[in-house]
Write a protein that binds this ligand. Structure first.
Ligand code: SAM
Ligand code: SF4
Length: 493
Protein backbone atom coordinates (compact mmCIF):
# COMPACT_ATOMS: atom_id res chain seq x y z
CA UNK A 1 0.00 0.00 0.00
CA UNK A 2 1.28 3.51 -0.85
CA UNK A 3 2.68 5.46 2.08
CA UNK A 4 0.82 8.68 2.78
CA UNK A 5 2.29 12.18 2.86
CA UNK A 6 0.84 15.41 4.24
CA UNK A 7 2.59 18.73 3.60
CA UNK A 8 1.66 22.16 4.94
CA UNK A 9 3.29 25.20 3.34
CA UNK A 10 3.67 28.67 4.81
CA UNK A 11 5.37 31.65 3.16
CA UNK A 12 6.42 32.95 -0.23
CA UNK A 13 6.37 31.62 -3.80
CA UNK A 14 9.78 30.01 -3.18
CA UNK A 15 8.23 27.85 -0.48
CA UNK A 16 5.31 26.91 -2.71
CA UNK A 17 7.82 25.86 -5.37
CA UNK A 18 9.97 23.93 -2.85
CA UNK A 19 6.91 22.04 -1.60
CA UNK A 20 5.95 21.13 -5.17
CA UNK A 21 9.44 19.75 -5.73
CA UNK A 22 9.57 17.83 -2.42
CA UNK A 23 6.16 16.28 -3.09
CA UNK A 24 7.24 15.37 -6.64
CA UNK A 25 10.33 13.57 -5.41
CA UNK A 26 8.42 11.70 -2.68
CA UNK A 27 5.72 10.65 -5.14
CA UNK A 28 8.41 9.10 -7.26
CA UNK A 29 9.29 7.10 -4.10
CA UNK A 30 5.71 5.80 -3.95
CA UNK A 31 4.08 8.32 -1.60
CA UNK A 32 0.55 9.55 -2.12
CA UNK A 33 -0.58 12.97 -0.87
CA UNK A 34 -3.41 13.21 1.67
CA UNK A 35 -5.34 16.28 2.84
CA UNK A 36 -5.35 15.49 6.58
CA UNK A 37 -2.19 15.34 8.71
CA UNK A 38 -3.69 12.60 10.89
CA UNK A 39 -4.10 10.26 7.92
CA UNK A 40 -0.45 10.56 6.88
CA UNK A 41 2.62 8.41 7.60
CA UNK A 42 4.90 11.38 6.97
CA UNK A 43 3.87 14.91 8.00
CA UNK A 44 6.00 17.80 6.71
CA UNK A 45 5.81 21.51 7.54
CA UNK A 46 7.52 23.78 5.02
CA UNK A 47 8.14 26.86 7.12
CA UNK A 48 8.76 30.62 6.90
CA UNK A 49 10.74 32.83 9.30
CA UNK A 50 10.16 36.24 7.71
CA UNK A 51 7.71 37.27 10.45
CA UNK A 52 7.22 35.82 13.93
CA UNK A 53 3.55 35.17 13.26
CA UNK A 54 4.44 32.60 10.57
CA UNK A 55 6.66 30.73 13.04
CA UNK A 56 4.01 30.71 15.77
CA UNK A 57 1.52 29.18 13.34
CA UNK A 58 3.88 26.26 12.81
CA UNK A 59 4.54 25.77 16.54
CA UNK A 60 0.83 25.73 17.14
CA UNK A 61 0.27 23.12 14.38
CA UNK A 62 3.13 21.02 15.81
CA UNK A 63 1.57 21.32 19.29
CA UNK A 64 -1.72 19.87 18.08
CA UNK A 65 0.16 16.80 16.79
CA UNK A 66 1.97 15.99 20.04
CA UNK A 67 -0.70 13.56 21.35
CA UNK A 68 -1.08 12.00 17.89
CA UNK A 69 2.64 11.26 17.74
CA UNK A 70 2.53 9.69 21.24
CA UNK A 71 -0.25 7.37 20.12
CA UNK A 72 1.48 6.65 16.77
CA UNK A 73 5.25 6.83 17.35
CA UNK A 74 5.87 5.25 13.94
CA UNK A 75 4.57 8.38 12.19
CA UNK A 76 7.29 10.78 11.02
CA UNK A 77 7.06 14.54 11.55
CA UNK A 78 9.44 16.88 9.72
CA UNK A 79 10.11 20.62 9.85
CA UNK A 80 11.70 21.80 6.62
CA UNK A 81 12.70 25.18 5.16
CA UNK A 82 13.47 28.49 6.86
CA UNK A 83 12.72 27.61 10.50
CA UNK A 84 14.66 24.36 10.22
CA UNK A 85 17.73 26.24 8.99
CA UNK A 86 17.41 29.06 11.53
CA UNK A 87 16.26 27.37 14.75
CA UNK A 88 17.33 23.75 14.56
CA UNK A 89 17.69 23.17 18.32
CA UNK A 90 14.86 25.49 19.32
CA UNK A 91 12.40 23.59 17.12
CA UNK A 92 13.32 20.30 18.83
CA UNK A 93 13.16 21.99 22.24
CA UNK A 94 9.68 23.39 21.64
CA UNK A 95 8.49 20.31 19.73
CA UNK A 96 10.54 17.27 20.84
CA UNK A 97 8.28 14.97 18.80
CA UNK A 98 9.76 16.33 15.54
CA UNK A 99 11.87 13.67 13.77
CA UNK A 100 13.34 15.59 10.82
CA UNK A 101 14.89 19.06 10.72
CA UNK A 102 15.86 19.89 7.13
CA UNK A 103 17.06 23.31 5.94
CA UNK A 104 16.49 24.83 2.51
CA UNK A 105 19.87 23.85 1.15
CA UNK A 106 19.27 20.15 1.95
CA UNK A 107 15.80 19.48 0.55
CA UNK A 108 17.18 16.93 -1.94
CA UNK A 109 17.96 14.67 1.04
CA UNK A 110 14.38 14.36 2.33
CA UNK A 111 13.73 10.83 0.98
CA UNK A 112 17.03 9.69 2.50
CA UNK A 113 16.22 11.39 5.85
CA UNK A 114 12.83 9.65 6.03
CA UNK A 115 14.54 6.31 5.42
CA UNK A 116 17.09 7.10 8.13
CA UNK A 117 14.40 7.87 10.73
CA UNK A 118 12.60 4.64 9.80
CA UNK A 119 15.85 2.73 10.27
CA UNK A 120 17.22 4.38 13.43
CA UNK A 121 14.08 5.76 15.10
CA UNK A 122 16.08 8.82 16.14
CA UNK A 123 15.80 12.49 15.12
CA UNK A 124 17.86 13.56 12.10
CA UNK A 125 19.21 16.99 11.17
CA UNK A 126 20.28 18.27 7.75
CA UNK A 127 21.16 21.96 7.63
CA UNK A 128 23.55 24.15 5.68
CA UNK A 129 26.44 26.20 7.06
CA UNK A 130 25.65 29.60 8.63
CA UNK A 131 26.92 32.57 6.59
CA UNK A 132 29.77 33.31 9.00
CA UNK A 133 30.70 29.70 9.69
CA UNK A 134 32.95 29.18 6.66
CA UNK A 135 34.25 30.78 3.48
CA UNK A 136 31.70 31.95 0.89
CA UNK A 137 32.39 29.04 -1.55
CA UNK A 138 31.97 26.55 1.30
CA UNK A 139 28.72 28.14 2.47
CA UNK A 140 27.48 28.27 -1.15
CA UNK A 141 28.26 24.61 -1.57
CA UNK A 142 26.36 23.72 1.59
CA UNK A 143 23.20 25.26 0.06
CA UNK A 144 22.75 22.61 -2.62
CA UNK A 145 20.69 23.54 -5.64
CA UNK A 146 17.38 21.74 -5.64
CA UNK A 147 15.63 21.42 -8.97
CA UNK A 148 14.39 17.88 -9.56
CA UNK A 149 11.90 16.97 -12.28
CA UNK A 150 8.61 18.85 -12.30
CA UNK A 151 5.24 17.15 -11.88
CA UNK A 152 2.19 18.96 -13.27
CA UNK A 153 -0.15 17.25 -10.80
CA UNK A 154 1.58 19.02 -7.92
CA UNK A 155 0.66 22.53 -9.08
CA UNK A 156 -2.54 24.45 -8.37
CA UNK A 157 -3.08 24.58 -12.15
CA UNK A 158 -1.34 22.57 -14.86
CA UNK A 159 -0.86 25.64 -17.05
CA UNK A 160 1.02 27.83 -14.54
CA UNK A 161 4.37 27.19 -12.84
CA UNK A 162 7.08 28.91 -10.84
CA UNK A 163 10.65 28.55 -12.11
CA UNK A 164 13.59 29.35 -9.87
CA UNK A 165 16.25 31.71 -11.23
CA UNK A 166 18.27 32.24 -8.05
CA UNK A 167 18.87 30.88 -4.61
CA UNK A 168 19.54 33.11 -1.62
CA UNK A 169 20.07 36.85 -1.27
CA UNK A 170 23.07 39.12 -0.72
CA UNK A 171 21.29 42.39 0.03
CA UNK A 172 21.14 42.09 3.85
CA UNK A 173 18.31 44.56 4.49
CA UNK A 174 18.64 45.03 8.25
CA UNK A 175 15.13 43.72 9.09
CA UNK A 176 15.30 40.59 6.96
CA UNK A 177 16.19 37.01 7.88
CA UNK A 178 16.22 35.73 4.28
CA UNK A 179 19.98 36.11 3.60
CA UNK A 180 20.71 33.95 6.70
CA UNK A 181 18.21 31.19 6.06
CA UNK A 182 18.43 31.03 2.26
CA UNK A 183 22.19 31.57 2.04
CA UNK A 184 24.30 33.44 -0.52
CA UNK A 185 22.81 34.62 -3.81
CA UNK A 186 23.53 32.09 -6.56
CA UNK A 187 22.11 32.32 -10.08
CA UNK A 188 21.02 29.10 -11.77
CA UNK A 189 22.67 28.41 -15.12
CA UNK A 190 20.43 29.78 -17.92
CA UNK A 191 20.51 26.45 -19.75
CA UNK A 192 18.95 24.75 -16.71
CA UNK A 193 16.21 27.39 -16.53
CA UNK A 194 15.60 27.02 -20.28
CA UNK A 195 15.47 23.20 -20.10
CA UNK A 196 13.02 23.32 -17.20
CA UNK A 197 10.81 25.82 -19.03
CA UNK A 198 10.83 23.62 -22.14
CA UNK A 199 9.87 20.62 -20.02
CA UNK A 200 7.04 22.61 -18.41
CA UNK A 201 5.78 23.72 -21.85
CA UNK A 202 5.76 20.09 -23.02
CA UNK A 203 3.60 19.29 -19.97
CA UNK A 204 1.07 21.92 -21.08
CA UNK A 205 2.29 24.87 -19.02
CA UNK A 206 1.42 28.24 -20.59
CA UNK A 207 2.66 30.70 -17.98
CA UNK A 208 5.95 30.66 -16.10
CA UNK A 209 6.78 32.98 -13.22
CA UNK A 210 10.50 33.35 -12.66
CA UNK A 211 11.17 33.61 -8.94
CA UNK A 212 14.14 34.99 -7.05
CA UNK A 213 14.47 37.10 -3.89
CA UNK A 214 15.86 39.89 -6.07
CA UNK A 215 15.06 38.40 -9.45
CA UNK A 216 16.30 41.41 -11.42
CA UNK A 217 19.76 41.11 -9.83
CA UNK A 218 20.13 37.82 -11.75
CA UNK A 219 23.58 37.52 -13.31
CA UNK A 220 25.11 34.26 -14.46
CA UNK A 221 28.81 34.38 -15.29
CA UNK A 222 29.78 31.73 -17.82
CA UNK A 223 33.21 30.07 -17.91
CA UNK A 224 34.08 31.93 -21.16
CA UNK A 225 33.56 35.38 -19.58
CA UNK A 226 30.01 36.01 -20.90
CA UNK A 227 27.30 37.15 -18.49
CA UNK A 228 23.59 36.35 -18.82
CA UNK A 229 21.31 38.99 -17.28
CA UNK A 230 17.59 38.68 -16.56
CA UNK A 231 16.83 40.53 -19.81
CA UNK A 232 18.90 37.96 -21.77
CA UNK A 233 17.04 35.17 -19.98
CA UNK A 234 13.70 36.68 -21.00
CA UNK A 235 14.77 36.67 -24.66
CA UNK A 236 15.89 33.03 -24.31
CA UNK A 237 12.61 31.88 -22.74
CA UNK A 238 10.49 33.93 -25.10
CA UNK A 239 11.30 31.47 -27.89
CA UNK A 240 9.94 28.45 -26.00
CA UNK A 241 6.97 27.15 -28.00
CA UNK A 242 3.82 26.77 -25.91
CA UNK A 243 4.77 29.38 -23.32
CA UNK A 244 2.38 32.32 -23.66
CA UNK A 245 3.26 34.41 -20.61
CA UNK A 246 6.41 35.12 -18.62
CA UNK A 247 6.37 36.99 -15.29
CA UNK A 248 9.15 37.62 -12.80
CA UNK A 249 9.14 38.47 -9.06
CA UNK A 250 10.49 40.11 -6.85
CA UNK A 251 12.48 43.12 -8.08
CA UNK A 252 15.00 45.18 -6.16
CA UNK A 253 14.61 48.93 -6.98
CA UNK A 254 18.35 49.50 -7.52
CA UNK A 255 18.59 46.73 -10.11
CA UNK A 256 15.76 47.88 -12.39
CA UNK A 257 17.99 48.43 -15.41
CA UNK A 258 16.95 49.87 -18.79
CA UNK A 259 17.88 46.68 -20.67
CA UNK A 260 15.36 44.80 -18.50
CA UNK A 261 12.62 47.38 -18.98
CA UNK A 262 13.24 47.40 -22.74
CA UNK A 263 12.90 43.60 -22.80
CA UNK A 264 9.55 43.91 -20.95
CA UNK A 265 8.46 46.48 -23.54
CA UNK A 266 9.67 44.58 -26.59
CA UNK A 267 8.77 40.97 -25.79
CA UNK A 268 5.04 40.37 -26.23
CA UNK A 269 4.97 37.29 -23.97
CA UNK A 270 6.45 39.17 -21.00
CA UNK A 271 3.80 40.50 -18.62
CA UNK A 272 3.73 44.25 -18.16
CA UNK A 273 3.78 43.90 -14.42
CA UNK A 274 6.57 44.79 -12.00
CA UNK A 275 6.57 44.04 -8.28
CA UNK A 276 9.18 46.45 -6.85
CA UNK A 277 8.98 46.78 -3.04
CA UNK A 278 9.73 50.27 -1.70
CA UNK A 279 9.38 49.32 2.04
CA UNK A 280 9.23 52.98 3.21
CA UNK A 281 8.81 56.52 1.86
CA UNK A 282 11.21 58.06 4.39
CA UNK A 283 14.94 58.34 3.67
CA UNK A 284 16.01 57.96 7.32
CA UNK A 285 14.02 54.74 7.61
CA UNK A 286 15.32 53.46 4.26
CA UNK A 287 18.87 54.11 5.47
CA UNK A 288 18.24 52.22 8.74
CA UNK A 289 16.74 49.40 6.67
CA UNK A 290 19.90 49.50 4.48
CA UNK A 291 17.80 49.45 1.34
CA UNK A 292 20.58 51.19 -0.66
CA UNK A 293 18.30 53.82 -2.28
CA UNK A 294 16.50 57.03 -1.37
CA UNK A 295 12.85 57.78 -1.96
CA UNK A 296 13.89 60.23 -4.72
CA UNK A 297 15.75 57.38 -6.45
CA UNK A 298 12.70 55.15 -6.08
CA UNK A 299 10.37 57.78 -7.58
CA UNK A 300 12.76 58.26 -10.54
CA UNK A 301 12.89 54.51 -11.01
CA UNK A 302 9.06 54.40 -11.16
CA UNK A 303 9.04 57.20 -13.74
CA UNK A 304 11.63 55.32 -15.81
CA UNK A 305 9.56 52.10 -15.70
CA UNK A 306 6.50 54.01 -16.94
CA UNK A 307 8.42 55.94 -19.60
CA UNK A 308 9.95 52.78 -21.08
CA UNK A 309 7.03 50.35 -20.62
CA UNK A 310 3.71 52.01 -21.48
CA UNK A 311 0.80 50.91 -19.25
CA UNK A 312 3.02 48.88 -16.96
CA UNK A 313 1.31 47.93 -13.66
CA UNK A 314 3.49 48.28 -10.59
CA UNK A 315 2.99 46.88 -7.09
CA UNK A 316 4.99 47.28 -3.90
CA UNK A 317 5.63 46.06 -0.34
CA UNK A 318 5.80 48.28 2.75
CA UNK A 319 6.82 47.67 6.34
CA UNK A 320 5.14 49.90 8.92
CA UNK A 321 6.41 50.48 12.45
CA UNK A 322 10.07 49.78 11.70
CA UNK A 323 12.49 50.79 14.48
CA UNK A 324 12.44 54.57 14.99
CA UNK A 325 9.62 55.22 12.49
CA UNK A 326 8.14 58.52 13.70
CA UNK A 327 4.69 59.83 12.79
CA UNK A 328 6.44 62.16 10.33
CA UNK A 329 8.36 59.27 8.71
CA UNK A 330 5.12 57.37 8.38
CA UNK A 331 3.44 60.37 6.73
CA UNK A 332 6.18 60.34 4.07
CA UNK A 333 5.30 56.71 3.33
CA UNK A 334 1.63 57.72 3.09
CA UNK A 335 2.60 60.43 0.58
CA UNK A 336 4.54 57.97 -1.55
CA UNK A 337 1.62 55.53 -1.62
CA UNK A 338 -0.88 58.30 -2.39
CA UNK A 339 1.21 59.49 -5.34
CA UNK A 340 2.90 56.41 -6.80
CA UNK A 341 -0.13 54.83 -8.52
CA UNK A 342 0.60 51.26 -7.40
CA UNK A 343 -1.84 48.62 -8.60
CA UNK A 344 -1.65 47.19 -5.09
CA UNK A 345 0.69 47.07 -2.10
CA UNK A 346 1.39 44.40 0.50
CA UNK A 347 1.69 46.02 3.90
CA UNK A 348 3.39 44.34 6.87
CA UNK A 349 3.80 45.32 10.51
CA UNK A 350 7.48 45.17 11.44
CA UNK A 351 8.34 41.95 13.22
CA UNK A 352 11.77 41.91 14.83
CA UNK A 353 13.79 38.85 13.86
CA UNK A 354 16.61 37.52 16.05
CA UNK A 355 19.67 37.06 13.85
CA UNK A 356 19.12 40.28 11.86
CA UNK A 357 21.09 43.52 12.12
CA UNK A 358 17.99 45.52 13.09
CA UNK A 359 17.33 43.19 15.99
CA UNK A 360 20.91 43.66 17.15
CA UNK A 361 21.26 47.43 16.58
CA UNK A 362 17.86 49.10 16.98
CA UNK A 363 15.03 49.16 19.47
CA UNK A 364 11.69 47.75 18.27
CA UNK A 365 10.16 50.92 19.69
CA UNK A 366 6.88 51.40 17.80
CA UNK A 367 4.04 50.03 19.95
CA UNK A 368 1.93 47.22 18.47
CA UNK A 369 -1.20 49.40 18.53
CA UNK A 370 0.59 52.09 16.48
CA UNK A 371 1.82 49.47 14.00
CA UNK A 372 -1.76 48.24 13.61
CA UNK A 373 -3.12 51.74 13.10
CA UNK A 374 -0.44 52.63 10.54
CA UNK A 375 -1.08 49.37 8.72
CA UNK A 376 -4.81 50.16 8.43
CA UNK A 377 -4.20 53.80 7.47
CA UNK A 378 -1.74 52.88 4.73
CA UNK A 379 -4.02 50.15 3.44
CA UNK A 380 -6.90 52.63 3.25
CA UNK A 381 -4.78 55.01 1.15
CA UNK A 382 -3.63 52.20 -1.12
CA UNK A 383 -7.21 50.95 -1.54
CA UNK A 384 -8.26 54.39 -2.77
CA UNK A 385 -5.37 54.48 -5.24
CA UNK A 386 -6.11 50.89 -6.36
CA UNK A 387 -9.74 51.81 -6.94
CA UNK A 388 -8.78 54.63 -9.33
CA UNK A 389 -6.13 52.42 -10.96
CA UNK A 390 -8.62 49.61 -11.56
CA UNK A 391 -11.44 51.85 -12.76
CA UNK A 392 -9.38 53.21 -15.64
CA UNK A 393 -9.75 49.75 -17.25
CA UNK A 394 -13.54 50.04 -17.51
CA UNK A 395 -14.65 50.07 -21.13
CA UNK A 396 -11.54 48.29 -22.38
CA UNK A 397 -11.02 44.76 -23.63
CA UNK A 398 -8.28 42.65 -22.00
CA UNK A 399 -6.73 39.21 -22.60
CA UNK A 400 -7.33 36.99 -19.57
CA UNK A 401 -5.62 33.70 -18.77
CA UNK A 402 -8.51 31.92 -17.03
CA UNK A 403 -7.39 30.21 -13.81
CA UNK A 404 -10.63 28.56 -12.68
CA UNK A 405 -13.77 29.19 -10.67
CA UNK A 406 -13.42 31.84 -7.98
CA UNK A 407 -13.03 29.95 -4.68
CA UNK A 408 -15.19 32.29 -2.67
CA UNK A 409 -17.87 32.19 -5.28
CA UNK A 410 -17.84 28.38 -5.23
CA UNK A 411 -18.24 28.43 -1.46
CA UNK A 412 -21.38 30.51 -1.71
CA UNK A 413 -22.38 29.78 -5.26
CA UNK A 414 -25.65 29.20 -6.94
CA UNK A 415 -24.20 26.04 -8.50
CA UNK A 416 -27.01 23.90 -7.21
CA UNK A 417 -29.48 26.24 -8.79
CA UNK A 418 -27.60 25.78 -12.08
CA UNK A 419 -26.46 29.42 -12.24
CA UNK A 420 -23.37 30.54 -14.16
CA UNK A 421 -19.98 29.96 -12.57
CA UNK A 422 -17.95 32.99 -11.57
CA UNK A 423 -14.55 32.39 -13.16
CA UNK A 424 -11.33 34.20 -12.33
CA UNK A 425 -8.16 34.92 -14.24
CA UNK A 426 -5.43 37.52 -14.74
CA UNK A 427 -4.53 40.04 -17.39
CA UNK A 428 -1.05 40.64 -18.83
CA UNK A 429 -0.78 43.44 -16.24
CA UNK A 430 -1.62 41.01 -13.38
CA UNK A 431 -5.07 42.46 -12.73
CA UNK A 432 -7.56 39.95 -11.35
CA UNK A 433 -10.65 39.63 -13.54
CA UNK A 434 -13.89 37.84 -12.65
CA UNK A 435 -16.62 37.02 -15.14
CA UNK A 436 -19.51 34.63 -15.56
CA UNK A 437 -18.41 31.56 -17.47
CA UNK A 438 -17.83 27.89 -17.39
CA UNK A 439 -15.22 25.63 -15.75
CA UNK A 440 -14.11 24.36 -19.14
CA UNK A 441 -12.64 27.80 -19.88
CA UNK A 442 -9.82 27.23 -17.33
CA UNK A 443 -6.43 27.37 -19.04
CA UNK A 444 -7.69 29.37 -22.03
CA UNK A 445 -6.66 32.91 -22.88
CA UNK A 446 -9.80 34.87 -23.67
CA UNK A 447 -10.81 38.44 -24.53
CA UNK A 448 -12.94 39.97 -21.78
CA UNK A 449 -14.72 43.35 -21.85
CA UNK A 450 -14.30 45.19 -18.55
CA UNK A 451 -17.55 46.68 -17.32
CA UNK A 452 -16.88 47.49 -13.67
CA UNK A 453 -14.06 47.56 -11.13
CA UNK A 454 -13.36 47.55 -7.41
CA UNK A 455 -10.06 48.24 -5.64
CA UNK A 456 -8.96 44.62 -6.19
CA UNK A 457 -10.93 43.19 -9.07
CA UNK A 458 -12.02 43.96 -12.61
CA UNK A 459 -15.48 42.69 -13.47
CA UNK A 460 -16.04 41.71 -17.06
CA UNK A 461 -17.93 39.72 -19.57
CA UNK A 462 -16.76 37.37 -22.20
CA UNK A 463 -16.65 39.12 -25.55
CA UNK A 464 -19.97 38.38 -27.23
CA UNK A 465 -21.14 36.89 -23.92
CA UNK A 466 -24.27 37.64 -21.97
CA UNK A 467 -24.77 40.99 -20.28
CA UNK A 468 -23.16 41.14 -16.87
CA UNK A 469 -25.24 41.97 -13.86
CA UNK A 470 -23.10 42.63 -10.81
CA UNK A 471 -23.92 39.76 -8.46
CA UNK A 472 -24.03 40.32 -4.71
CA UNK A 473 -21.40 37.58 -4.37
CA UNK A 474 -18.94 39.68 -6.36
CA UNK A 475 -19.50 42.64 -4.08
CA UNK A 476 -18.91 40.42 -1.07
CA UNK A 477 -15.74 39.13 -2.64
CA UNK A 478 -14.57 42.69 -3.03
CA UNK A 479 -15.22 43.62 0.60
CA UNK A 480 -13.35 40.62 1.95
CA UNK A 481 -10.32 41.05 -0.28
CA UNK A 482 -8.16 43.21 2.05
CA UNK A 483 -8.48 40.51 4.68
CA UNK A 484 -7.29 37.93 2.17
CA UNK A 485 -4.37 40.13 1.14
CA UNK A 486 -3.21 40.59 4.72
CA UNK A 487 -3.72 36.93 5.53
CA UNK A 488 -1.65 35.76 2.60
CA UNK A 489 0.98 38.39 3.26
CA UNK A 490 2.32 37.66 -0.19
CA UNK A 491 2.64 39.32 -3.53
CA UNK A 492 0.88 36.28 -4.97
CA UNK A 493 1.27 35.90 -8.66
N1 SAM B 1 13.12 39.78 -1.65
C1 SAM B 1 11.97 40.53 -1.64
C2 SAM B 1 12.34 42.01 -1.61
O1 SAM B 1 13.45 42.39 -1.44
O2 SAM B 1 11.45 42.79 -1.74
C3 SAM B 1 11.01 40.22 -0.54
C4 SAM B 1 11.29 39.14 0.41
S1 SAM B 1 10.38 39.14 1.88
C5 SAM B 1 10.14 37.45 2.05
C6 SAM B 1 8.78 39.73 1.48
C7 SAM B 1 8.41 40.97 2.21
O3 SAM B 1 8.32 40.70 3.59
C8 SAM B 1 9.40 42.11 2.13
O4 SAM B 1 9.28 42.85 0.96
C9 SAM B 1 9.09 42.93 3.34
O5 SAM B 1 8.13 43.91 3.06
C10 SAM B 1 8.49 41.90 4.30
N2 SAM B 1 9.39 41.63 5.43
C11 SAM B 1 10.63 41.12 5.42
N3 SAM B 1 11.13 41.07 6.67
C12 SAM B 1 10.18 41.55 7.50
C13 SAM B 1 10.09 41.78 8.91
N4 SAM B 1 11.11 41.49 9.71
N5 SAM B 1 8.94 42.29 9.40
C14 SAM B 1 7.90 42.59 8.59
N6 SAM B 1 7.93 42.41 7.26
C15 SAM B 1 9.05 41.90 6.71
FE1 SF4 C 1 15.24 40.33 2.38
FE2 SF4 C 1 16.19 42.61 1.39
FE3 SF4 C 1 17.01 40.24 0.38
FE4 SF4 C 1 14.50 41.08 -0.07
S1 SF4 C 1 16.40 42.07 -0.76
S2 SF4 C 1 15.16 39.04 0.59
S3 SF4 C 1 14.02 42.12 1.81
S4 SF4 C 1 17.40 41.01 2.42
Amino acid sequence: MARKLFIDTVGCQMNVLDSELVVGSLRRQGFEVVEEARHADVILFNTCSVRQHAEEKIYSALGTLRGHKQRHPEKIIGVIGCMAQKDQELVRKRAPHVDIICGLGQLARIPELIAEVERCRAPVYAVSLGRSEASRPEVEQSFESYDPMREPSMRPTRFQAFVRTQFGCDKFCTYCIVPSVRGPEQGRPPEHILAETQQLAEQGCKEVTLVGQTVNSYRFKHGDGRTTRLSDLLYLLHDVAGIERIKFVTNFPRDMTDDLLQAVRDLPKVCRYLHVPAQSGCNEVLARMKRLYTVEYYREMLARCRAIVPEVAISSDFIVGFCGESEESFQRTCELVAQAGFKNSFIFKYSTRPGTKANELFLDDVPEETKKRRNNDLLAIQNKVSFAEHRRWIGRSVEVLVEGPSKRFLEKSTLEAGGPIQMTGRTMTDHIVVFDGDERLAGQTLPIDIVDASSFTLFGLLKDGQAWSMPAAARELESSEPARQQRLGLPMV
